[in-house]
Design a protein around this ligand. Sequence first.
Ligand SMILES: NC(=O)C1=CN([C@@H]2O[C@H](COP(=O)(O)OP(=O)(O)OC[C@H]3O[C@@H](n4cnc5c(N)ncnc54)[C@H](OP(=O)(O)O)[C@@H]3O)[C@@H](O)[C@H]2O)C=CC1
Ligand SMILES: CC(C)(CO)C(=O)C(=O)O
Length: 338
Amino acid sequence: MNENTILIWGAGAIGGTLGAYFARAGEDVLLVDIVEPHVEAMNREGLSIEGPVETFRQSVRAALPSEVKGEFKRIILAVKAHHTREAVRALKPHLAADGTVLSAQNGLNEIAIAEEVGAERTVGCFVNFGADWLEPGRILFGNRAAVAVGALDGKATDAVRDYHRLLSIFEPKAVLTDNIWGYLWGKLGYGSLLFATALTNASMSENLASERHFPVYRRLGQEVMAVAKARGVKPLGFNGFNPDAFMPGADEDAARRSVADMAEFNRHTAKTHSGIWRDLAVRKRKTEVDAQIAIIATLGQESGVPTPAIRKLVGLIHDIEDGRREQSWSTLDEMLTL
Ligand SMILES: NC(=O)C1=CN([C@@H]2O[C@H](COP(=O)(O)OP(=O)(O)OC[C@H]3O[C@@H](n4cnc5c(N)ncnc54)[C@H](OP(=O)(O)O)[C@@H]3O)[C@@H](O)[C@H]2O)C=CC1
Ligand SMILES: CC(C)(CO)C(=O)C(=O)O
């Protein structure tokens, strides 16, 4: 291990998948995670990537955060959004002065990372592929999807280009962008719809195909895009999500097409339900709703953009997290009462 070893901090569904692909390509990788049985299984048997995209077992090195020694130039952060600050504080002593942290997460985590380690040491990234941590040492890689990487100020450095090279090992269509905030806000739009699908136990595609709930999806997309616009961001589209269809003044048919395209995209994955649904229904734990979705309402308020649908969604997810409601169509119906 040396300063060029790539640290993957948070080796679950996303971090584990990326790490296995990098290691298979001969990159020097260390997977860091707080789940002891997972770290033990990875060191003992390697990491098993399973599912329709590819199935392989990759020998990897793994460690608990307390076992990490030294400083590193590249650290890829892939913990859930609400664990970002804690994880960045733990990894900071291991970040070389000229090193960078790449956020392979959902949400606007780059803001918190930059506050902790400096904007010049933070690189933006957007991932939309589907994966699930199944059990120690086993990850389902459900489907390929869009991946993008870019500097926070849009000006690619050698470090950003190197991350693009790495991500291209995993996803040959990975984009090097000068508008990473556009992708991150696009994913917040897409993600707000995914959070709504987690209010039921149906699959993402079944939910998105529900004609009765189309007004819910349109309203959520519209609120997120209005906040992005007010903040001067130009959101970008991917995998069915078309930000223009949700912009103020866009016609209903455009939004209908985009929601239908998202339903179609998600019909072809072995990861039938979102990570949000999985946190609630399978892992029985808190979701990323505050770090990822409630922040949109806060930023909306700062910009004078009302976000009643986003606020309602956050409340319903909290209700499920705290056992006050079940995941069911009637919970999603609550979103129709706005
Ligand atoms: N899974 C997916 O398909 C997609 C996920 N994303 C995003 O990627 C990010 C990662 O999600 P995902 O991979 O699914 O999550 P996982 O829960 O599968 O993996 C995160 C791993 O990080 C561990 N962890 C938590 N805190 C720390 C810490 N301080 N230091 C080291 N490890 C830690 C977790 O342990 P523990 O379980 O105990 O918390 C877990 O093992 C999220 O922002 C998610 O929204 C984006 C696109 C798709
Ligand atoms: C569904 C997916 C993989 C995006 O397509 C996702 O981001 C999630 O599960 O949170």
